[in-house]
Design a protein around this ligand. Structure first.
Ligand code: NAD
Length: 419
């Protein structure tokens, strides 16, 4: 496997599940190819009058089970290979939690720290127009991902609405509440990470109050996961973002750190101080002696190089694709349990689905109802994956993939291959 291809990593995971499912090789071939890919050039007039051109992609991996669904990422490392992998993982994620969506993903190769808010807004609108031929409330519904948020979704919704001549609320999820977003959507991925972690601790007969946690990434997913696990009594010993990493033996003041990031430069942790809190190395965080490690930043953080030094017993993948397959094999050999991304971080797409349903019906639920339904979906999905992991004596990723790939394969078989 090439060291740089995340899509090859995703194909390897598909291959493992296909083998165990004894999947028809022609269905595996279909699933190995994204249905549709669009690459667009996005010229943007910068604030100083210069024109910069950014490259963006939207990949629809599978619509076998319903409209394609997946986030949009703004990051300097975005390329078609990464977007392809992320789109495929979205297909499995929607299938493992059994919501009626296929998988897609989008991304623009851009370092947002080098753009002003106005430049980001113009880029978002131009990218939206670029991918408009293939997105739609019943074909492909974007959502936030790394470096995009409710504000970005509002711009996408507005851009599509301007062309349509009427407001199209259900074109994106992850919108602000004022624009028809769902209560609980912002916290949903982190809340799902928390529910998954608690389910795992329950199966392992561990008391959350005696559980220590380290979280890599302090954005939407990482900060909410840390905050909610802290509220459940876990001791969050370490967190990091792209700027710096922090440690406190007694447990970090997570609420204060979230508050700090709300006004700090680029919303980063850099410069945070509090009694008993010390700065640690970025790589050190992954190797701490904690019970639970939550990688919630980017893919390929746990590598064959550092896997041997990972001391956490449990890894709950808040991020997509944080563990490389070779590293995973090493960790599994040592008896570690990995709750795979497609299950661990599925809370976001589950509440995105609730938001889409609410937008279509123009009937909105209260937050308690959103969270209760999210818990119901996560707990039952975790249970199904755990049972499969026990029945098949396989790891949780393979178990989750067997359920997900099995469902998508079944949909393809029942629809038949067109024409
Ligand atoms: P975000 O942009 O809100 O946060 C990303 C965080 O990771 C930031 O704190 C950033 O500083 C940090 N980071 C980046 N590189 C790092 C590094 N090398 N070391 C440590 N920290 C680093 O993004 P997000 O929405 O929280 O997404 C994080 C991950 O979760 C991604 O893999 C994303 O695909 C996945 N995910 C997000 C959602 C969602 O609803 N937002 C849903 C499912 C999965």
């Amino acid at each position: 496997m090439s060291q740089n291809s995340v899509f090859e990593m995703a194909l390897e995971q598909l291959g493992d599940a296909a083998k165990r499912l004894k999947l028809d090789s022609s269905i595996q071939r279909v699933l190995s190819h994204p249905e549709r890919e669009l690459t667009v050039a996005c010229p943007v007039v910068m604030d100083d009058g210069r024109i910069e051109v950014f490259t963006g992609h939207r990949v629809q991996h599978s619509s076998a089970r319903g409209p394609c669904k997946g986030g949009i990422r703004f990051h300097q490392n975005v390329d078609i290979d990464e977007v392809r992998a992320l789109a495929m993982w979205m297909t499995w994620k929607c299938a493992v939690v059994n919501i009626p969506y296929g998988g897609a993903k989008g991304g623009v190769q851009v370092d947002v720290t080098k753009l002003t808010p106005n430049e980001i807004r113009r880029l978002t609108r131009r990218f939206t127009v670029g991918i408009m031929p293939i997105i739609g409330p019943h074909s492909d519904i974007p959502a936030p991902d790394v470096n995009t948020n409710a504000e970005t979704m509002g711009w996408i919704m507005d851009t599509v609405s301007m062309f349509q001549g009427s407001t199209v609320l259900d074109i994106v999820t992850g919108k602000s509440i004022d624009l028809g977003g769902s209560l609980g959507r912002r916290e949903a991925t982190g809340r799902g990470v928390m529910f998954n972690t608690l389910e795992l601790l329950k199966r392992e007969k561990r008391d959350p109050k005696k559980t220590t946690v380290a979280v890599q990434g302090f954005g939407n997913v990482g900060s909410v996961s840390a905050d909610l696990l802290n509220k459940e009594g876990c001791r969050v010993l370490a967190v990091s973002d792209v700027s710096s990493a922090y440690y406190c033996e007694k447990g970090l003041p997570i609420a204060d750190m979230i508050q700090y990031c709300s006004t700090s430069k680029n919303h980063l942790l850099e410069g945070f101080t509090a009694p008993g809190v010390s700065k640690i190395g970025m790589d050190e965080l992954l190797e701490l002696d904690v019970n639970v490690l939550i990688p919630a930043a980017l893919e390929k953080q746990i590598t064959p190089k550092n896997a041997d030094r990972i001391r956490a017993e449990y890894i709950v993948e808040g991020a997509n694709g944080p563990t490389m397959p070779e590293a995973e094999r090493l960790l599994l050999k040592k008896g570690k349990i990995i709750v795979p991304d497609i299950l661990a971080n599925s809370g976001g797409v589950v509440v995105s689905y609730f938001e889409w349903v609410q937008s279509i019906q123009s009937f909105f639920w209260d937050e308690e109802e959103v969270n209760r339904n999210l818990q119901r979906v996560i707990v039952s999905s975790f249970d199904a994956v755990w049972k499969m992991h026990e029945k098949e004596s396989t790891d949780m990723r393979n178990a989750a993939m067997m359920i997900a790939v099995g469902r998508v394969a079944q949909a393809i078989k029942q629809r038949g291959i067109f024409p």
